[in-house]
Design a protein around this ligand. Structure first.
Ligand SMILES: Nc1ncnc2c1ncn2[C@@H]1O[C@H](COP(=O)(O)OP(=O)(O)OP(=O)(O)O)[C@@H](O)[C@H]1O
Ligand SMILES: [Mg+2]
Length: 299
């Protein structure tokens, strides 16, 4: 069977399965971001996706780091098409999705979002109805962004159901994370922001940072963060990056692999797991609708 036919067969199976289970209308969209660059967002996104997939969730990654779209590099898989071809109507949603390990799928943003905001109302409507299919196919959609307070990163944050904010113990990373929290709190007081400390030397160091950020945000911004997890500095991560294989697959027994599993459980533990309506957000449809309205566009 050709790749394309095989993919379509699996998608039809997936849609049929969706019908027969208690699967809800919309996926949960989580934007993974950071104030400072190089803190581990892409590693966390990719490995979290795989762990969630192993737990039984259907997971997709949308890579919107325009400059360095590196989810594909980290997986050692090249993508044929990007969001751009979908926006231009040249390819359908199934063609722009690429298979990753453990049933995850990913979609490269390319310069798609820039193009999106140039569309007219009718074209936006067509795009939204195409992209909405992702809500039927997936439980969770992780969005890997670039670092920093640019307008586009902010719009991915504000449009998401939840934000996973990554920092390291470096003072500059913590200060940049706080600047980002401040900005989010100004724009949306009720945004769910879950914080992860990466590359910590010890559990104590990670906890101290989580507590410090929590207290400062609460006191000065009246904004309640969620302390969600940590991953310690672990040599297996740069090794896995060199092998272009996610660390949770290359080094499944490493500390980092255990910690990313704990992080996945923390992310969803309040939510009753698969089948619970609570794991759902407003979906990718809600995400793109909010994103476009942030740019003053309605469909
Ligand atoms: N827990 C860790 N222990 C050791 N090294 C790590 C850890 N997490 C990430 N790294 C290393 O840090 C580097 C940056 O990781 P990654 O590319 O995931 O960060 P990023 O936040 O996505 O970067 P960018 O802002 O450029 O997109 C990689 O070389 C990776 O090997
Ligand atoms: Mg990255």
């Amino acid at each position: 069977m050709s790749d394309q036919a095989d993919k379509l067969r699996r998608i039809v199976e997936c849609l049929t399965e969706t019908k027969n289970t208690s699967k809800k209308e919309a996926a949960k969209v989580i934007t993974v971001t950071s104030g400072k660059g190089g803190v581990g967002k892409t590693n966390i996104t990719v490995n979290l996706a795989i762990v969630l997939s192993k737990m039984g969730y259907k997971v997709a990654i949308l890579d919107v780091d325009f400059g360095f779209a590196n989810v594909d590099v980290m997986l050692g898989i090249s993508t044929k098409y990007t969001l751009l071809e979908l926006i231009r109507g040249e390819r359908n949603i199934f063609e722009v999705l690429t298979d990753g390990p453990n049933n995850i799928q990913f979609l490269s943003g390319g310069s798609g979002v820039e193009e999106l905001i140039q569309l007219d109302r009718k074209q936006i409507g067509t795009f939204i109805s195409n992209i909405s299919l992702l809500d039927k196919l997936f439980d969770v959609i992780l969005i890997d962004t670039g670092a920093g307070l640019s307008k586009s990163v902010m719009s991915f944050i504000l449009a998401a159901d939840e934000v996973l904010l990554v920092t390291t113990p470096e003072p500059t990373a913590i200060t940049d994370a706080y600047a980002m929290i401040k900005m989010i709190s100004k724009k949306d007081k009720h945004k769910i922001v879950k914080v992860v400390v990466n590359k910590a030397e010890s559990l104590k160091e990670a906890n101290d940072i989580l507590n410090k950020l929590f207290v400062v945000s609460d006191r000065f911004l009246s904004f309640k963060l969620q302390k969600t997890g940590y991953i310690l500095e672990d040599d297996c991560i740069p090794k896995a990056v060199k092998q272009q294989k996610p660390f949770c697959l290359s080094y499944p027994r490493s500390h980092a692999s255990h910690q990313i599993t704990e992080l996945a459980m923390n992310l969803f533990h309040d939510n009753g797991g698969i089948g619970s309506s609570n794991i759902r957000g407003k979906g990718i449809k809600g995400f793109f609708s909010r994103l476009l309205s942030n740019y003053g566009l309605q469909h």
